[in-house]
Design a protein around this ligand. Structure first.
Ligand code: GLN
Length: 540
């Protein structure tokens, strides 16, 4: 049987439970074990697909087409294990399933209750769809004390009893704050958080204590004593210089040892974290720096573009440069300030996006990049707007637009009403379809044209990338574009949907209908990001 590690959080949110889970998984992998990481989110949305990325952070899309929590992106970037739809549940999804069953009469007259029906569904999720993994790490979203996470805490408590205590472990991530006026680290918030957890029937086995400085041995012992945890299982998690140093820090603090001891397991091979030390060194000691202007809508939440930030930094790791990100608010861009705002950028990127607000500013930035031969990378919406810009300014179609926000005679970018899935089934949509889960989602293949830039970059003909969009570039203009040096260099395998557009007479101008940032890894940077950053570096 697989061993289960349940990760909960206490004191405050944003302690980096996701990164801690991903780093622990990487350590166990480096000991020779097969891992899987799952996220249990207590909110009521069925999935985060309908939530604003500016409030909740990026929606991470899996190969099998699920819209999931951004923590699944950390898991993939740290472990290289491809996440699946079954790796993320929410209360909404659990209740949706239970209510559907209840309506069908499947509960045979029983009163449907949180215990046992909701907790049973959660327990089933935790151990379903596994593939011979040695360790399953389950991160519970939210903070201990939240009303909405109670069924999840109760379910993992039951799971621990049902499956034998030696087969699951509880790791609680807490905060040990430093109070400047008294010059002390404070253990009380951790004590209270563990008290709360114990009142719900869970005794943590490991405490991972976030702190901004060393936690002295005495304080650790005190935390252990008050929280009923062994002294050496109180593990400090001191702020790291780079997130990719965290696995190394955990190794130095002995987190992996304590976990293997608990499960009475030995490492399967000698651990070697060279991969992480090389990545961290490249990030912390780059040989140069470049600046990329990202033109989008912002509310200051960096998590809204989490995978994009990471993928750009991976491109920097490959090129040995620091990639500085210059966030440019597209609504503020216009003809008169564009030169001023963009002339320091070595590359310009328009990321995925939705809706009309700020679209004209993005189009102006694309025109500037095209005309001034600045490397341009358009992702999803950034590709669609690039095609609109070129339709207006190269083909002379003045009212070229997307039917996402304009009623035009013939849309350059139009609502996709029918497309074929990888398994040859057909998807159909209308303007009235639900918004949740109805986009073209997940991995689709694309064929790259010979003699194109992307073919050289990928060095293969058939690629598979993840999608998340409702609108599609209209292929009717492909011929007119081609005559003018605008090359549709990648298509869906049936040849109907343009997947990539590139400019022949430009150092680097590529728009892609998919989201390459979702598959980039620090130890295996995505080819498009490597190439884009190389082009930007050539501008310095
Ligand atoms: N809004 C566009 C669409 O739905 C682009 C989506 C995106 O950039 N992810 O097609």
């Amino acid at each position: 049987m697989a061993q289960f590690i349940f990760v909960t959080g206490g004191v405050v949110s944003s302690l980096g439970k996701g990164l801690a889970s991903a780093s622990l998984a990487s350590l166990l992998q480096h000991h020779g074990y097969k891992v899987r990481i799952r996220k249990l989110d207590p909110y009521l949305n069925v999935d985060p697909g309908t939530m604003s990325p500016y409030q909740h952070g990026e929606v991470y899309v899996t190969d099998d087409g699920a819209e999931t929590d951004l923590d699944l992106g950390h898991y993939e970037r740290f472990t290289g294990v491809t996440s699946k739809r079954t790796d993320n549940i929410t209360s909404g999804k659990v209740y949706q399933k239970i209510i559907a069953k209840e309506r069908k009469g499947e509960y045979l007259g029983a009163t449907v209750q949180v215990i046992p029906h909701v907790t049973n569904e959660i327990k089933e999720f935790v151990s379903k769809d596994l593939d011979d993994e040695d360790f399953i790490i389950c991160e519970i979203g939210g903070t201990i004390g939240d009303i909405e996470s109670l069924p999840f805490i109760e379910a993992i408590r039951q799971f621990h009893n049902d499956n034998g205590h030696e087969n699951s472990l509880f790791m609680h991530v807490t905060l040990v704050p430093y109070i400047a006026s008294s010059g002390e680290l404070k253990t009380k918030p951790t004590q209270h958080s563990v008290k709360e957890l114990r009142s719900l029937g869970i005794q943590p086995n490991i405490l991972l204590c976030r702190a901004d400085r060393e936690i002295p041995e005495d304080e650790r012992r005190k935390i252990g004593l008050f929280c009923n945890v062994k002294g050496d299982c109180v593990i400090p998690a001191i702020n790291a210089n780079s997130i990719y140093e965290v696995p190394i820090n955990f190794l130095n603090e002995g987190l992996d040892k304590r976990i293997l001891e608990y499960f009475r397991l030995e490492p399967k091979k000698e651990i070697d974290l060279k991969m992480w030390s090389q990545v961290s060194k490249r990030i912390l000691e780059p040989e140069g720096s470049i600046e990329i202007g990202i033109v989008g809508k912002y509310t200051g939440l960096a998590d809204a573009y989490k995978s994009l930030n990471e993928a750009l930094s991976h491109g920097g790791i490959f090129n040995n440069v620091k990639v500085k990100l210059n966030w440019i608010e597209s609504e503020e861009l216009n003809g008169s300030n564009i030169e001023n705002k963009l002339n320091n950028c070595h590359g310009i990127l328009v990321p995925g996006g939705f809706g009309e607000r700020g679209a004209e500013g993005k189009i102006a930035a694309i025109k500037y990049a095209r005309e001034n031969k600045i490397p341009y990378f358009g992702i999803c919406f950034g590709m669609q707007l690039a095609v609109i810009e070129m339709a207006r300014n190269i083909l002379g179609i003045k009212d070229a637009n997307s039917s996402e926000f304009a009623d035009c005679k013939e849309s350059i970018v139009g609502l996709m009403t029918e497309w074929s899935n990888v398994d040859n089934t057909t998807e159909k949509r209308t303007k009235e379809s639900d918004l949740g889960g109805t986009m073209r989602l997940g991995a689709y293949e694309a064929k790259l044209k010979k003699n194109s830039k992307v073919r050289k970059i990928y060095d293969t003909e058939l690629i598979s990338e993840r999608h998340r969009h409702r609108y599609e570039v209209n292929n009717n203009y492909a011929k007119d574009f081609e005559i003018n040096g605008v090359h549709f260099s990648g298509y869906s395998p049936d040849g109907l949907l343009p997947e990539i557009v590139e400019l022949r007479d430009h150092p680097w101008f590529i728009g892609v209908q998919f989201h390459p940032e979702l598959k980039s890894k620090p130890f295996d940077p995505h080819p498009l990001f490597k190439s884009f950053i190389t082009a930007a570096k050539n501008k310095t």
